[in-house]
Design a protein around this ligand. Structure first.
Ligand SMILES: [Zn+2]
Ligand SMILES: [Zn+2]
Length: 372
């Protein structure tokens, strides 16, 4: 079968910008040098364009994980134009299709099933999408968003102004025009491109699957570090409307921190977070599935299967009781008129269920270790 025609603009853009970043940028550094201001401009623009993709294109517009003030939306639209990854409307349409048909080699625009190269950059080099390229039926809500609609209408002008005009202006102010164009223009753009592309490629190949193995998405702390928190992709594919990707407080997810900070400043609201019990249950179900798979090799597997299932049922029941009690306790705090006796009863009930749940989790861990 003959492959679809090459998209010349994309192929030239990726090839030339990559070549300049790999050859000309280091050559200029060695012969002329870059100063602190040029590196700072590179870093600020890299973070601005990168986080506009993760917090804006991805979590706000593709997944509606929170609502943002128009001022923040305009910022993301500007940063998205600087990132040169097509308009927010087009990006979100591709991304929603990716989630809906993940790993389907025909329907998922950047299916990891077609290999690293295809999911990383290959999918943009040829006209693989065909008629689908201009099908925006899955982003009608965004077509009604004035910021997204404006950015889509004027994307070419905006992206040229951001990628050429801004580094040129900074270069004039700084004095070294070419150095600024190379660092804050080309290298920054190439780095923003490939860190985003890694989410479509590496984050579906390299890492762990603590929440689900029904698709190829992985959690990877190293990738999260380079992608503003998007490396926790296994969690994200199961709980796609959650404004967080790294749910633990220590997991590196600056996009989540930015959204939370924006909410404190009144620039974001209605942050969506999946209930803890659903997240914990998904993790336990994965552990059960893995343990069952390991048991297949053992002779007395039926006995082990029964024990495993019994412990899991007990644990999931305690999990539900514990979280229901926590919910009751939190609601009680809002009801100031509650009698002292009722308040104390709820607290005692909560503590007892918490202890029981922790003890069950310990014996579950011991059982899993015994099977391994
Ligand atoms: Zn994905
Ligand atoms: Zn997503």
């Amino acid at each position: 079968m003959t492959p679809p025609p090459i998209i010349v603009t994309n192929a030239l853009l990726f090839a030339l910008s990559g070549l300049v970043a790999l050859v000309v940028v280091p050559w200029y550094g060695l012969t002329h040098g870059y100063d602190l201001w040029q590196w700072l401009s590179f870093l600020v623009l890299f973070c601005f364009s990168g986080i506009s993709i993760t917090a804006g294109y991805h979590r706000l517009w593709s997944h509606k994980a929170y609502k943002a003030h128009p001022a923040l939306q305009w910022l993301f639209a500007a940063g998205g134009a600087l990132a040169l990854q097509n308009s927010a409307l087009h990006w979100s349409s591709d991304h929603r299709r990716h989630h809906r048909h993940v790993d389907d080699n025909e329907q998922d625009p950047y299916s990891a099933g077609r290999g690293f190269w295809y999911s990383h950059i290959g999918w943009m080099l040829r006209e693989y999408q065909g008629e689908r390229y201009r099908d925006y039926s899955n982003v009608r809500d965004l077509q009604n968003n004035p910021v997204v609609a404006f950015q889509h209408r004027h994307y070419l002008v905006l992206t040229l102004a951001a990628n050429l005009g801004l580094p040129l202006l900074l270069g004039v102010l700084h004095g070294d025009l070419l150095g600024m164009l190379l660092l804050a223009g080309v290298l920054r753009m190439v780095m923003t491109h490939h860190t985003t592309f890694f989410i479509n490629s590496l984050a579906h190949i390299w890492g762990s699957q603590p929440f689900t193995d029904r698709n190829s998405a992985r959690d990877n702390g190293i990738l999260a570090f380079f992608t503003f928190g998007e490396g926790y992709h296994n969690f994200h594919h199961l709980f796609e409307n959650d404004y967080r990707n790294g749910i633990r407080w220590w997991q590196f997810d600056p996009t989540k921190w930015l959204i939370k900070a924006a909410a404190w400043c009144g620039l974001a609201r209605d942050l969506r977070a999946c209930p803890d019990e659903r997240i914990e249950l998904a993790r336990l179900e994965m552990q059960l599935k893995r343990a069952q798979a390991r048991l297949r090799k053992q002779d007395d597997r039926e006995l082990w299967q029964a024990l495993l299932q019994e412990e899991f049922d007990k644990l999931s029941q305690q999990l539900q009781h514990y979280y229901a009690s926590r919910k009751r306790l939190l609601e009680q705090r809002k009801r100031t008129a509650l009698a002292h006796y009722d308040r104390l009863r709820l607290q005692l009930e909560y503590r007892a269920l918490q202890d029981a749940f922790i003890a069950s989790k310990r014996s579950w861990s011991r059982l899993l270790a015994g099977i391994a």
